[in-house]
Design a binder for this molecule. Structure first.
Ligand SMILES: [Zn+2]
Length: 259
């Protein structure tokens, strides 16, 4: 069975002590590719170091995460632009988006940063990976003008309603990223996902965050994508092998890694 982790931050310090074992467990679980979204200028070096250590297995994205948007965001965006020009290994612009859960202080700047990075993705013909927290409407306002472009991407950690899923998927080149949240006891997501075609979904972990049941509360790691797979297969009433194969193919196609 082949699995893909479309969203993992194995370059963060949570993995400093045991990254080789974490990657080995991912391989054992059947994971063939791990896609890694950047956070901000401070994480680029560790991100690239991990991807160089595991060539053909770990793939870097470049972007400015919305929770790292502050007074300094224009300088941060210049770094993203510079990286896109100087390194052809980036497979996506991510993660980008808006997060109004923790702090609304920089809402305007978050909007601007998202818009600039959507344009960059189009310019470089790369997919985007979108982070959305308490900001669905705001992100839609920024996305709307791109609706008839060839912009493509993933709504990472999708936890929205049926209506939000419908609106997100009205962008025909966008997929929903499904992670451990779907295994949480009170999650409303199973009900939402039942109506969504499997060819619009990819699996992810968001490691080290959001570990699925039965690891909830622990550090998350790529191997745990399997628990999310089993839950999703159960929700959809499909065989895990089929769900794994389809979602993996979706992710590889999105990131231009088709074999
Ligand atoms: Zn993330």
């Amino acid at each position: 069975m082949r699995l893909v982790d479309s969203h993992s931050h194995l370059f963060l310090e949570e993995f400093d002590e045991d990254l080789p074992q974490v990657v080995e467990r991912a391989r054992q679980a059947g994971v063939s590719h791990i896609f890694m979204p950047n956070i901000d200028s401070t994480t680029i070096a560790p991100l690239l170091r991990v991807c160089e250590e595991y060539p053909g297995y770990c793939f870097p994205m470049i972007g400015l995460h919305p929770t790292s948007v502050n007074d300094n965001y224009e300088a941060e965006l210049s770094v993203v632009k510079q990286q896109l020009l100087s390194n052809e290994h980036y497979v996506a612009v991510g993660e980008i988006g808006m997060d109004l859960y923790w702090d609304k202080t920089y809402e305007k700047q978050q909007r601007k940063a998202l818009d600039v990075q959507l344009s960059l993705a189009l310019e470089h013909d790369l997919p985007v990976v979108i982070h959305c927290r308490e900001a669905f409407e705001e992100i839609f306002q920024v996305l709307e003008p791109y609706k008839n472009t060839h912009l493509r991407g993933i709504w990472h950690c999708f936890t929205g309603t049926k209506e939000e899923a419908r609106r997100a998927l009205a962008f025909s080149n966008f997929l929903l990223g499904i992670n451990g949240v779907v295994t949480f006891k009170k999650s409303a997501l199973p009900e939402v996902l039942r109506d969504i075609p499997l060819d619009r979904m990819v699996l992810e972990t968001d490691a080290p965050y959001l570990a699925p049941v039965p690891h909830r509360g622990q550090r998350n790691e790529t191997a745990f994508v399997k628990d999310t797979l089993l839950k999703l297969a159960d929700i959809l009433g499909e065989l895990p092998e089929y769900v794994a194969e389809t979602t993996s193919a979706n992710a590889l196609k999105m990131f231009g890694r088709e074999s």
